[in-house]
Design a protein around this ligand. Structure first.
Ligand SMILES: Nc1ncnc2c1ncn2[C@@H]1O[C@H](COP(=O)(O)OP(=O)(O)OP(=O)(O)O)[C@@H](O)[C@H]1O
Length: 280
């Protein structure tokens, strides 16, 4: 397998030649870096087109929320961004990341996923110790000393705001953690691969309000170093944590703007209807 990461250009060097005009992030100055962008993205499950006109640009070190009613295509969009729909759906169009179209056939998908990590709705720790949950994906593909692994475990658990709670129990089974702790462990596991971008699919829907609030604090802390794209049904959450929000409806991005604009003065009536609770 070729190591495509060799060819990745610094994000700052990359300005898509053919940037989709329709949903370009509303830039208020010219200091915005684009971490990832999609162009003409379409996703079909069999004959059914579930995502079209998915042209978005995601800004680096920001949180972007994807909101919309059930079945509007949010997860379909998100999962396509790191090729989780391979073998499940037909995904056409381009996903630009550091100058590469990562939707093309010759991409090393596993390597790409080290750069673009994903956390699912239900925390899915492995039936292993807390320590091994973080180190297992690393040692499968590379060589690390014990000291290096110790360091990674401590750093990522601190980043995910879990270290203080588990530092004396690293050999305990991850299955003994609470839902909120397990979700933070899964985040730590994703961070251990040092991704650029974190894709989160309704990551706090299974959490109680206190765990969810802590989780939001963790995300706000993480955005200093990571670009985060999150699917959420919780509009208060989108309004609290995200810089940008895309509203989706029936497989299309209807409106994409700064979060404060989407939630205070959306341009499209349908967006207004959705955020006012008139449907969904
Ligand atoms: N694996 C699949 N096979 C067939 N159809 C699918 C599959 N996954 C999603 N779909 C269809 O694609 C459309 C979009 O679904 P998707 O899960 O992306 O929506 P969503 O906005 O994330 O919904 P929710 O908020 O309920 O998770 C739906 O009509 C759904 O039935």
């Amino acid at each position: 397998m070729t190591d495509k990461s060799q060819e990745l250009k610094p994000v700052s060097d990359f300005i898509p030649e053919k940037a989709p005009e329709r949903y370009i992030i509303p830039m208020e100055d010219d200091k915005h870096e684009i971490a990832l962008s999609t162009e003409d993205l379409q996703v079909s499950y069999g004959d059914k087109l579930s995502l079209s006109e998915g042209d978005l640009r995601f800004e680096r070190y920001k949180i972007t929320s994807l909101i919309g009613a059930s079945g509007s295509g949010k997860s379909t969009f998100l999962r396509s961004l790191n090729r989780m729909n391979d073998g499940v759906a037909n995904v056409t169009g381009h996903i630009w990341y550091r100058g590469l179209d990562i939707n093309s056939q010759d991409i090393d998908v596993y390597e790409m996923r080290r750069h673009i990590g994903m956390v699912f709705q239900r925390p899915n720790p492995f039936a292993k110790s807390i320590y091994d949950n973080i180190t297992f994906p690393l040692t499968r593909r590379g060589k690390y000393t014990k000291a290096e692994l110790d360091e990674i475990v401590e750093t990522t658990l601190k980043q995910a705001a879990l270290w203080d709670q588990v530092k004396d129990d690293l050999n305990k089974s991850a299955l003994s953690l609470s839902g909120g702790q397990a979700q933070r462990l899964v985040i730590a596991r994703a961070l251990a691969l040092k991704p650029d971008i974190l894709l989160l699919d309704e990551p706090s829907s299974a959490l109680d309000p206190i765990s969810s609030a802590k989780f939001e604090d963790t995300l706000l802390e993480l955005k200093k170093d990571y670009t985060i794209i999150i699917v959420t049904h919780n509009m208060q959450q989108a309004a609290r944590i995200s810089d940008y929000t895309a509203f989706m409806h029936q497989g299309k991005v209807i409106e994409y703007d700064l979060t404060r604009k989407i939630f205070t003065r959306p341009k499209v009536e349908l967006t207004n209807d959705y955020i006012s609770g008139n449907f969904g």
